[in-house]
Write a protein that binds this ligand. Structure first.
Ligand code: KG4
Ligand code: ZN
Length: 339
């Protein structure tokens, strides 16, 4: 079964064809990242305009690379939530039009479910497993009990991990996205040079809080500026990255022990982070758990992960008609109503 995936929730316009949920036949991504770098963050209006310009070419290329025409496609999977609303609408409307014109079933896919599925196109992992999802907008610990059965165990109370890295990176004067820059520059820094408070969320064992940590870094920079002291940015970046990764891995370990999981999965843009990958590896070696990480090319936003999750949703009979809408927010454990 061949699924055409379409993704446009942020600044990547992407289309892909995936067979039986696991085999990637094509994976095309156009990004407006370079334009957003000028502003230090994604400008929603620019992202929407670029999606509208690129989407038909990207879909056409994905079909061609897969050696397919529309009549070979069994269903169209599209990201409908969560994300930038104007950006999502471009993909959703394109997918609706294509589905109607070609008489092809339409499958709505939750973006974060898609990130989790990036592991299905990277290895032979199958649910149940415990997943740490870390992206620009989300930090969750999720029990993935089945392909379409999700239970939120922990989440961030304020900033997502990627958001905190991006904001801290901006204050350090690093290029957007800060998460990528911090990962790069940290390799030259001493991660024990600065110590930051370990944030605690008093009434939950598994929730995260990153805003205090982010403020601590920003204050360190401002204090140094006021005293006209020079700060080693590589040391600061490495120390901050270490603190963020410590919080993620500590809660992940607690959740896995308490819930009895021995299969651990990481997903989302921040899963590309080299420190997080290394620390998760150490944890799983120490605990004798199996660790699954997405291939680097599937960590960021792409449509192959959407097509993969779309396959499993379609198998459950989840489809939408032309009334499908896009939503800026949507809990991962809420299933789309079936037609
Ligand atoms: O999943 P994603 O592409 O988009 C969302 O769904 O949010 O995640 C983007 C986030 C950004 O915050 C970016 O800084 C972060 O992922 N990111 C990284 C790395 N690569 C991307 N953070 C740390 N280290 C990286 N290597
Ligand atoms: Zn994403």
């Amino acid at each position: 079964m061949k699924i055409l995936g379409i993704e446009s929730s942020c600044d990547e316009t992407a289309a892909a064809v995936v067979e039986d949920g696991r085999e990637v036949l094509s994976n095309i991504i156009a990004t407006s990242l370079e334009e957003h770098k000028l502003y230090g963050g994604v400008v929603p209006e620019i992202a929407s305009r670029r999606h509208a310009e690129s989407i038909s070419g990207v879909v056409k290329e994905a079909l061609e690379k897969a050696g397919c025409v529309m009549k070979d496609i069994n269903a169209i999977a599209v990201t409908y939530a969560p994300g930038l609303i104007g950006a999502l609408l471009v993909g959703v409307n394109f997918a609706k039009g294509l589905a109607l014109a070609c008489n092809t079933p339409l499958v709505p896919v939750h973006h974060i479910r898609g990130h989790i599925a990036s592991n299905y196109i990277s290895s032979d992992i199958r649910p149940p497993f415990l997943c740490l999802v870390v992206s620009g907008g989300h930090s969750h610990i999720i029990a993935v009990n089945g392909y379409t059965d999700f239970e939120i165990i922990g989440k961030t109370r304020d900033d997502a991990a990627g958001e905190a890295l991006d904001k801290a990176g901006r204050t350090m004067g690093l290029e957007y996205p800060g998460g990528v820059s911090i990962d790069r520059i940290s390799k030259e820094g001493n991660e024990n040079a600065f110590s930051f408070p370990k944030p605690r969320v008093s009434d939950s064992l598994y929730d995260f809080s990153f805003s205090g940590l982010k403020t601590a870094v920003i204050n360190t920079i401002h204090n140094a500026e006021q005293k006209e002291e020079k700060i080693n940015i590589a040391d600061l970046a490495a120390s901050f990255q270490k603190s963020v990764v410590d919080c993620l891995v500590t809660n992940l370990e607690k959740a896995a022990v308490d819930r009895g999981f021995n299969k651990i999965v990481i997903a989302g843009g921040v899963s590309a982070n080299s420190k997080l990958r290394a620390e998760a590896q150490k944890l799983c070696e120490r605990r004798k758990w199996s660790l699954y990480l997405p291939k680097l090319k599937y960590c960021g936003d792409n449509a192959a992960m959407i097509a993969s999750q779309g396959y499993y949703e379609f198998m459950q009979g989840i489809t939408a008609d032309e009334s499908l809408n896009a939503y800026a927010t949507m809990p991962i454990d809420k299933s789309y109503k079936t037609n």
